[in-house]
Design a protein around this ligand. Structure first.
Ligand SMILES: *[C@@H]1O[C@H](CO)[C@@H](O)[C@H](O)[C@H]1NC(C)=O
Ligand SMILES: *[C@@H]1O[C@H](CO)[C@@H](O)[C@H](O)[C@H]1NC(C)=O
Ligand SMILES: *[C@@H]1O[C@H](CO)[C@@H](O)[C@H](O)[C@H]1NC(C)=O
Ligand SMILES: [Zn+2]
Length: 437
């Protein structure tokens, strides 16, 4: 590397670091409006038209994020529908600067930088959110574990790797939990596979944080995996995630530069080829913009190819996509036309076992429901896994909280703990099932 290249590299690093300190700036002038009445149809229309970002995630939304560009139009629509509202946050950038203090604190930043570096990052952080670089440091170290193989399934639009972690059940032979009857000895068990996806929506920081904890736990704990082959993509949308650290904490989509539009990004969880287009926005400015066609995005293409490969073993038993927020476990289908999905009852029963276990750990209330009962959403990885891969169990897990994406880092550890307890029960149940299909 020539010295001017080094110089440019250092300069760029400095710029990126200083930019990273204000990931609220693109939210300047954004407001939160609280509607005085519920009106699902009007709100859905506003969402599909790409005019608002609904902020209630456990039912019909009455809180909406409105940008300076759309405020006038949204007001017109609400006035026409006879819906009154109050502005409860005047400026989201200012609001987050005040309310996201823990994440922003200098002490946290320094601690984060020290505890996970390119030369040492032996465990995912549990008291801090990790930057994308730090996730890569961890995955690189993890790859030296004998049971683990980390590889790239493809690149994002901006050229970042999408990593997959395979945790091989083989290394756990002979380490079955004490008391496990020989019938359940790993070596005697039918091969079956679990697929986990995290980070497809950029702003849902708790998703990759918890997904990395799951990876770490299963890798180091033979009693967890129960003889299952586990594949995990902890960060499906690296470009979007980096953007939430540099420009916009509430960025959701990937970083597609949409031609003929001033708005960037495609919602990677509306871009899958099952019921594509229903319950998604056709407008590039929409938070749920589905893209120009199914699988138009390199990120969803990479996930599809990897999932097809795993599916070709004929052993795929469960697919779970980890999101936030709302404290919900959703099962297919998200589109009204396709319900009920095959094995609806089984998905519901296993889901109940999961949420009941989760809720006991830290006294939270997660609920199980059909995705369509929440709001119509299709073209999702969950629906594709059910409809095309025919996975017996397919879920979307919405983690903490019940009201915001901007979850304090103190909640990473307990959220991971409750989810792991739930998964422990689910894995045990899966291992005991006679048939995968
Ligand atoms: C898992 O590990 C075993 C034993 O080391 C090896 O034979 C097998 O190929 C591995 N499986 C995969 C899918 O890598
Ligand atoms: C995935 O595997 C299942 C079970 O083997 C099979 O029924 C299904 O057709 C496969 N899907 C695809 C797209 O190959
Ligand atoms: C993995 O999670 C389970 C379930 O919460 C827990 O019992 C176990 O101690 C954890 N293992 C490790 C190595 O952290
Ligand atoms: Zn999501």
């Amino acid at each position: 590397m020539s010295s001017w290249q080094q110089y440019v590299g250092v300069f760029l690093l400095a710029v990126v670091t200083s930019v990273a300190s204000d990931n609220y700036k693109e939210l300047t002038g954004n407001q939160v409006w609280k509607l005085n009445q519920e009106d699902e149809a009007t709100v859905q229309q506003l969402v599909v038209d790409g005019l608002v970002d609904p902020l209630d995630h456990s039912g019909p939304s009455t809180s909406l994020r409105v940008t300076p560009e759309t405020a006038g139009l949204v007001k017109e629509v609400l006035d026409q529908a006879g819906i009154t509202y109050q502005v409860i946050v005047q400026d989201l950038a200012r609001y987050l600067r005040v309310n996201d203090v823990i994440q922003r604190s200098q002490v946290r930043k320094e601690l984060r930088a020290q505890t996970c570096t390119s030369s040492s990052c032996t465990a995912p952080l549990t008291d801090n959110y990790m930057t994308f670089d730090q996730m890569e440091y961890y995955l690189a170290q993890l790859n030296s574990h004998p049971r683990v193989s980390v590889s790239s399934i493809g690149k994002s639009i901006e050229g970042r790797d999408i990593w997959i972690v395979h945790i091989n059940r083989s290394g756990c032979e002979g380490q079955e939990p004490i008391g496990m009857t020989p019938r359940f000895a790993y070596s005697a068990m039918k091969r079956r596979t679990v697929w986990l996806e995290g980070g497809i929506h950029a702003r849902e920081w708790i998703s990759p944080a918890v997904t990395l904890q799951i990876i770490h736990n299963i890798t180091h704990d033979c009693s967890m995996g129960r003889g299952l082959e586990v594949y995990v993509v902890p960060m499906a949308n690296p470009d979007g995630y980096v953007h939430t650290w540099t420009n916009n904490r509430l960025w959701r989509k990937n970083r597609r530069n949409n031609p003929d539009s001033s708005c960037d990004g495609v919602d990677l969880n509306r871009n899958w080829d099952f019921d594509y287009g229903v319950g998604a926005s056709p407008h590039p400015c929409g938070e749920t913009y589905r893209g120009t066609s199914a699988f138009s995005e390199p990120e969803t293409q990479a996930l599809r190819e990897a999932m097809l490969q795993v599916n070709s073993t004929g052993t795929l038993q469960m697919v779970m996509a980890v999101h936030s927020y709302g404290q919900l476990l959703l099962y297919p289908y998200g589109g009204p036309a396709s319900n009920p999905a095959p094995y609806k009852e089984k998905m519901e029963n296993l889901g109940k076992l999961f949420v009941n276990t989760v809720n006991k750990v830290h006294d939270k209330t997660y609920k199980i429901m059909n995705a369509n009962e929440l709001y119509p959403a299709s073209g999702t990885s969950q629906d594709w896994a059910k409809g095309i891969l025919k996975a017996k169990y397919a879920y979307t897990l919405e983690l903490r909280s019940k009201k915001t994406f901007v979850l304090k880092p103190d909640e990473i550890l307990p959220t991971g703990q409750e989810v792991l307890e739930g998964l422990k029960m689910v894995f045990l149940a899966l291992a005991r099932e006679k048939n995968t299909q």
